[in-house]
Design a protein around this ligand. Structure first.
Ligand code: ADP
Ligand code: MG
Length: 227
């Protein structure tokens, strides 16, 4: 479904160049559950951002369903992103002045959906993610676990084919983190590909396919052993 071929990413800071990713090659197939682990600064977030089309590679090619989309313009990439990817962050990235329901509604507004249909879908999502009694609460009135459930509801309301989660339990206590992982794994069981970045070896070890990144290079990919 997604294939990265020879992807590199450099960041230029003044005269300094940071080589965040080097010659990354790998594939994501429908329904995959992949964990990405590696030291801080090894390029994990950079890789997720590239997969989610939030950033562009410095070199290499990005194929979606065998089509090379590397050089599409920003509007086209934004549309592909909305249709295919849901992103979940460590610090939730909810809009502070909006209620839980309004945060979940944002992708539907961006997609140009009618208000009546938006309302129905948001109600369903609130029920699915056990947030109905928190619909009117703002992020500062939610617990960490509730905030992450709002973020996951927002990330999945348009039925993406891939969920990308960047240390989604990094700001949660262990029990709450476990619930968030269970929720993501349930979504994966329903057929959504799950790409999970984590520092926690216990969590990362749950994924059938595990990738290690060190200094911008994939040093281990358990998926390659099976091939
Ligand atoms: P990780 O998520 O594994 O901790 P990152 O992908 O955030 O690592 O960062 C990889 C490297 O790229 C680091 O050296 C980081 O400082 C650098 N980097 C990331 N984003 C930027 C940016 N926007 N500008 C400059 N350097 C960056
Ligand atoms: Mg990171």
């Amino acid at each position: 479904m997604i294939r990265l071929s020879g992807i590199s990413k450099d960041f230029h800071l003044g005269v300094q160049t940071v080589r965040a990713l080097r010659d990354i090659n790998f594939e994501i197939n429908p329904g995959d559950y992949i964990s990405i682990m590696g030291p801080s600064g090894s390029g994990k977030s950079t890789l997720l951002n590239l997969i989610a089309l939030l950033d562009r590679p410095s070199a290499g090619d990005y194929f979606l369903n065998d089509r090379d989309i590397t050089d599409l313009d920003d509007d086209e990439l934004a549309r592909i992103r909305r249709e295919n990817f849901g992103f979940v962050f460590q610090f939730f990235h909810l809009i502070p002045r909006m209620s839980a329901a309004e945060n979940i509604e944002i992708p539907l507004i961006l997609a140009g959906m009618e208000p009546a249909q938006r309302k129905t879908l948001v109600q369903e999502a609130l029920e699915t993610f056990k947030l109905s009694d928190r619909a009117g609460h703002r992020p500062d009135q939610l617990s960490g676990g509730q905030s992450q459930r709002v973020a996951i509801a927002r990330a999945t309301i348009l039925h993406p084919s891939v969920i990308l989660a960047d240390e989604p339990t990094g700001n949660l206590d262990q029990a709450t983190g476990k619930q968030v992982i269970d929720l993501l794994e349930q979504l994966n069981s329903g057929g959504i590909s799950l790409i999970l970045v984590t520092h926690d070896a216990g969590i990362g070890g749950r994924a059938p396919r595990r990738i290690q990144i060190v200094d911008g290079i994939i040093t281990e990919d358990s998926g390659k052993d099976q091939a």
